[in-house]
Design a protein around this ligand. Structure first.
Ligand code: GCB
Length: 620
């Protein structure tokens, strides 16, 4: 299915209807909560630019029940319960009581909030009371910024919606489920890793569970803008094209878009029978967005009672031969990879301070670019990147050995890809959509990822499509010939010469054979170092060893003529259950330039010097 149709199905055709996108998969008896699909719900969507909407925050303390057996949803014979925990009952014979159960903070992963939950990966129930006054001519959505991995929402005991995928937001229509006065919401979140899930069972990051991003009620008029796209047209410096999509509109309704450039410009357009209005405008005095000049403008969209503000930058990105052009000019991407790991306090990142710290370090390095690995990060990251001038690679968690032969896994990857693009397509900072990382090279995988690459390009033809590929080694030659390269605009390649293979002294002599005349980004290289551990440069795990790997890599990278960007692995140490070496790793991947406490290792200055002196990489 084309992603456009998919999008249509997922977001539009269910308008005002019940029970739209869910089917019961197989006999419920054999399913864990994470594999359950309930078959009724309200309209579910992803509201674009939700952070500029009128919100009633539900962040704070939620009552929680740990439910490893899924008893809140299943009976003793493992049938779906009609009287599950979602009813939040207080009868004589009720065997649970949210009001007496301990609380957890939302947003936030559960693993770092309560020691008992550190390695917990099963179902956990959240409950919260709130008061609400319904307003006429208004719809109210229940917004979840991210819930890892599957989640189910009930409002006042009635099922609202479910979502799979731990890193993208969703909004379910709670209008008819809310009443005046006291209300409650129950959300079951199941962090069980699934072989057929996206991601799959094996990853090199911590499976932080829970309501890891903001939760809120979002109020919109009955006729409202749910989605739009405004972008600068390639080859122009002032033509902005796109669309505005309106829910609840009739053909012929008007929408307007204004951009507050020095000569403010407004255009009015007409909605078609699908609720969509094509937009084209030529704002006067537009200054283009770039890392050196991250100019944002106030944008206002209107239809009927609905007004939605945004701050947007405008720029173009394209490929010419082996060059990446930003606003028509060749650019080299001096970057670093980042996990959504919170500096200092550890755990999942979600605050503005997290985003400021992480992207602040990129600026301090002299970088103009960051690869947000390996899944969509909190929207604060792309907003902050827009503001600070950091170009962004954004990725879906199609990582390592997913079930590439499974059509359900493909559908899931497609929906996560679609959600990622839909949420962030109006961010000037985002220039690359990545469909995968280090997947095994076989025909089934290539077909799966080619479908994703084509979907992404069809859904967003204004950006570049990439993936981080594995590279073959033949002696001292690294070979980039993965057939997936054909489907990509920019080739991403991960390599660990000097760490997982060969010695640091071999790095500088390594040769590259690249079978594609396309821009290449070395999306990862690196070495582990424990902050404060010192020794000779050939002693593994020391800061000196890591710094030397970086020094040698920079020499090697300068010998690759078509290299157009780099995002070494990684900005900050991050938690990973695979990394168990006592006294060194202690549960953390130590390839950070900075420790999880924010302490800078020697390699930080090596990279900083190269970036600040323009000592690595050529734009053309
Ligand atoms: C990789 C993966 C990344 C790992 C890294 C490592 O190639 O893409 O997720 O964390 O290597 O440290 O091994």
């Amino acid at each position: 299915m084309h992603i456009a149709n998919h999008a249509q199905k997922l977001f539009h055709s269910t308008l005002f209807s019940v029970a739209a996108l869910t089917t019961l998969i197989g006999p419920a008896q054999h399913r864990a909560i994470a594999q359950t699909k309930l078959d009724e719900g309200t309209y579910k969507t992803l509201l674009v630019n939700v952070d500029h909407r009128k919100q009633i925050s539900l962040d704070g303390d939620w009552h929680t029940i740990i439910d490893p057996y899924g008893s809140g949803l299943y009976t003793f014979h493992n049938e779906l319960r009609k009287d599950g925990y979602f009813l939040n009952e207080h009868k004589d014979n009720t065997e649970y009581d949210f009001s007496k159960s301990p609380t957890l903070k939302v947003p936030g992963d559960w693993n770092t909030q309560r020691e008992l939950l550190h390695f917990y990966e099963g179902p956990l129930w959240y409950q919260r009371d709130f008061t609400y006054q319904k307003k006429a001519n208004q719809r109210t959505f229940f917004h979840v910024g991210a819930a890892n991995y599957r989640s189910f929402v009930w409002v006042n005991g009635k099922f609202a919606c479910q979502h799979e995928g731990g890193f993208t937001p969703y909004d379910c229509d709670a209008t008819d489920l809310l009443h005046d006065g006291d209300n409650f919401v129950v959300i079951a979140v199941d962090a069980t890793r699934l072989a057929e899930g996206v991601p799959t069972l094996q990853t090199d990051w911590f499976n932080y569970g829970g309501l890891t991003r903001d939760v809120a009620l979002v109020e919109v008029p009955t006729r409202f803008i749910d989605d739009y796209d405004l972008h600068l047209v390639r080859g122009t410096t002032n033509q902005i094209d796109g669309y505005v999509h309106v829910i609840g509109a009739s053909a012929g309704d008007k929408v307007s878009v204004s951009i507050a450039t020095p000569t403010p410009t407004t255009v009015e357009a007409t909605v078609d029978a699908n609720g969509r209005a094509a937009i084209q405008l030529y704002p006067g005095g537009l200054e283009l967005w770039s890392p050196d000049h991250p100019r944002l403008y106030k944008v206002q969209l209107k239809t009927g009672e609905d007004t939605l503000d945004d701050e947007m930058g405008f720029r173009t990105v394209e490929v010419r031969g082996t060059q990446i052009l930003l606003n028509g000019k060749p650019i080299f991407l001096h970057g670093v990879s980042i996990h959504a790991e919170a500096p200092i306090r550890t755990g999942r990142a979600y605050t503005q301070e997290d985003a400021d710290t992480l992207l602040g370090w990129v600026k301090e390095l002299g970088g103009n670019y960051a690869r947000l690995a390996h899944y969509p990060h909190d929207q604060r990251m792309t907003r902050t990147a827009d503001r600070l001038g950091v170009l962004i690679w954004s990725e879906i968690p199609v990582y390592w050995a997913c079930h590439f032969g499974d059509p359900n896994t493909l559908a899931l990857a497609q929906s996560q890809l679609h959600e990622m693009i839909r949420r962030d397509r109006n961010k000037a900072s985002v220039i690359l959509w990545s469909v995968a990382n280090e997947t095994p090279n076989n025909p089934e995988r290539t077909k799966f990822l080619t479908t994703l690459a084509n979907d992404a390009r069809e859904y967003d033809p204004t950006r570049l499509i990439t993936a981080a590929l594995l590279v073959r080694t033949n002696g001292m030659t690294k070979i980039v010939d993965d057939p997936l390269g054909k489907a990509l605009d920019v080739i991403g390649a991960n390599e660990y010469v000097g760490w997982y293979e060969h010695e640091p002294s071999d790095i500088a002599q390594t040769k590259w054979q690249i079978d594609y005349q396309k821009p290449l980004i070395i999306s990862e290289f690196g070495a582990d170092a424990k902050f404060g551990l010192h020794g000779p440069a050939d002693k593994r795990w020391t800061e000196e060893f890591q710094a030397n790997v970086f020094t040698q890599q920079l020499i090697m990278l300068n010998n690759i003529p078509q290299l157009r960007g780099m995002s070494p692995w990684i900005l900050m140490d991050f938690r990973s259950p695979r990394r168990v070496l006592p006294e060194i790793q202690d549960g953390f991947n130590r390839k950070g330039l900075v420790s999880e406490k924010g302490e800078k290792k020697q390699a930080f200055s090596v990279l900083q010097k190269a970036y600040k002196n323009n000592g690595v990489g050529k734009a053309e």
